[in-house]
Structures are given as C-alpha cells and as structure tokens.
Write a protein that binds this ligand. Sequence first.
Ligand code: FIX
Ligand code: ZN
Length: 415
Amino acid sequence: MSTSVLSSDQIRTAVAEELQAAQFIDIHTHLYKASLGPIGLWGIDELITYHYLEAELFRFSDITPGQYFNLSKTAKADLIWKTLFLDNTPLSEATRGVIAVLNAFNLPTSGDLTEARAFFASRNLADHTREVFRLAGISEAVMTNDPLDPDPLFRPVLRLDRILNKWDQHWHILQAKGFDVHADGSGRTMAEVRRFLEGWVELMNPVYMAVSLPDTFAYPEPSLRVRFLRESVLPICLARSIPMSLMIGVRYLVNPELKLAGDGVGKADLRAVERICLDFPENRFFISLLSRENQHELCVYARKFANLLPFGCWWFLNNPSVVEEMTRERLEMLGTSFIPQHSDARVLEQVIYKWRNTRRTLTPILAASYQNLREDGRSVTRDDIRRDINRLFRSNFENFILPAKAHVCPHDQAL
Ligand code: FIX
Ligand code: ZN
C-alpha cells in the first residue's frame, strides 16, 4: 500500500514506474501459441516482412508488388531491410519497432541480417515466447482464432469474418459438414448457423466473438450479415454471456496488388453502433473503429451505452500522434472506463515494441491528467495510479468477460 501523497514533480515518475511494473492483457492479437505448431509468425524475417513494412517498401523502391511477392521470404526481408533500414532512416513506427526488437535482444541494427537470423534460429519457441511476453510486460494475449486447449498465456476468440462478410464463399463448407444452410439464408440457415457456432463455443470456450466490418456497415439493414448478427450470433453471445467485438471501418483491398497490405480506411456511420446497443441492451460490445474521424463520437456513444466498451488504437491509428489524441479524449470523456490499447501483433516479437510504445506514449498523458486533478484540489497517490492502470489494462477487460468465464489469469499466480 502506498497512500503517501505525490508531489507534482513525483507524479510523472510514479506513472512511468507503475506502467512499467504492470502486466497488461493484450486483448487482440494475431498470435498463436507454440503448441499449435508452425502457424505462428516469429523471428526477424517475419518481423521485417510485416505487411505494414511491405506497404512502406513500395513507397521507397521501384519494385512492383508482382515482382516482390514472387521473391522468397529471405529475399523479401533482405530487400526491405536494405531499402527501409540501410538506404533510408527507419523513422516510421513500424520500422522503428523492428529496431526496438533487435535492440531488446542486443542484436545489430545495421549491416546484414546474418547474426539476427542465427539468433532467432537458436531459440526454443515456447521459452522465447515467455521471454518476449516478459520483455513486453504482458501476462496474456488474446488470439484472433482458434486454440483447442487451454494455455494460460493465450486466450481464444471466435472470429466470424467468413460467416458475416463472406457467406457466399463459405456457406458450402457448413453444408458439407451436415448443416442445413443455404446461400440465400433461407430455410433453417439462421438456426443451423447458430448450432454451428454453439458447437465452436463449446469446443473453444472463447473469451469473446469478433468480426471486422467495412466502413459501410449499416444496422439495421436487410442483409444476411445483419440477420446472422440478430438471429444467430448475438443470441448466443447473450445466452453464453460472451461479449461481441465489432471492429468497424475497413475498406478492404483498396489496392489488391498489395494483398494483406492493401486494406484502407473509411469513416463509418455510428448510428449502426447506436442501434445495436439499443436493440441488444443485455449484450456487451467491444468496439474499435479504424477511422480517426470516428473516435470522438465513439466516446460520446460510450457515455450513452454502458454495454459499449471502446478499445485500442487500431491499425493505422497505432501511431503516437493519434494515440495521444484518442487517449486524451477518452480520459476526458470516459475516465478510466475504456481499454487504451491492444497490440494487433501478427509477429510474436512485435509485442515488445508495441507495448513499449504504448507505455512511452501514455506516460505523459496519464501524468498530465493526474497533475490536473491535483491542481483542481484532490491529492494523488501511487495507489491511485496503480489501481487506475490495472483497470485500464486488465480489469476493464476481465470484468467485461468475467460473467462468461471464471478465469484466474496467470498474472495472479507467479509466472
Ligand atoms: O481485422 C483485423 O483483425 C485487423 O487487425 C487485421 O486484418 C489487419 O491486417 C491488422 O493486422 C492490423 O494491424
Ligand atoms: Zn487484428
């Protein structure tokens, strides 16, 4: 316990120390645990060929996407390394992140990749994963898909993009599995999709369900997507007390040639969020929006609907200049009742720089909030700061999913 009142010039140091000491929950990643086999991405070649860096490569190099995507993984990494890290200064968020990972393992940040490749090749993935989580200051990561057996470092999420966004390309898979479903949603399709999802909920025990939605997402609307949400997905979420994560604002493949790097962003009409929260007041919604222009109104909606929990600075927003603006307006309008960040890491070691950047960016923002409070007449203690950071990066999430899962997170046991 530390009830001693902090002086003005002690606040920032206390915030930095408490952020550093806290173990965060990373609520949205594309990581996979080691025991799932070679589907998880890790190591220097995956770090350097991250789709954020592929997008940046094409701005500095005259190689075409067609030529690039025909290269081997090693050749792609060598080209990106030379172009973005040697021939130019790695000043972008994504390039600096690779430098931060190399530095975290005392690896050279210039020259070629020989030593880095040898280092990562020498690592045992399960041990490496624990070391990476320790360096990142996270106790657990929530995966976007799948695991079928419990692993305290990783929590599963049931991802619904193929059902909700690409039913026309996937309905036959369910039919082949014996579900009485139809391309046009007729007959028993809604009930059968519910049965399919209930089976996966039973198997996976997901902490929440999730879907990425386009900037044009509308609700209500006479679409199969909305029928699936209303008749199949949200009733299960309610029955099983599982939150639903809606990540809205993607313009998919604005440049198809760039493949995973080809998605863009669009401002969404948040009346869809308003109506869903109204129509399903017992359901709980994690909401993350991709457009910077939607962020302030998301804070307003979060003040109207307690079943709406804003989370993260997603994707193109995960840059200090935008994270600062979003976090400040969230604190001003929501206090600590939101989740500031998730990593969205696709490559294991990215959590090291993504969470270091979050701590670095949030320190002055949180410190300024406490300074203002102190100047307005209420003293601030280190206990206040510790409690608030725990709420922002752990208990807001745990409480939102808690009714679904009696989860004793590994953080409460010595790792
Ligand atoms: O839909 C998602 O989960 C997005 O985060 C990804 O599709 C996106 O490519 C990404 O990894 C952004 O950081
Ligand atoms: Zn993601």
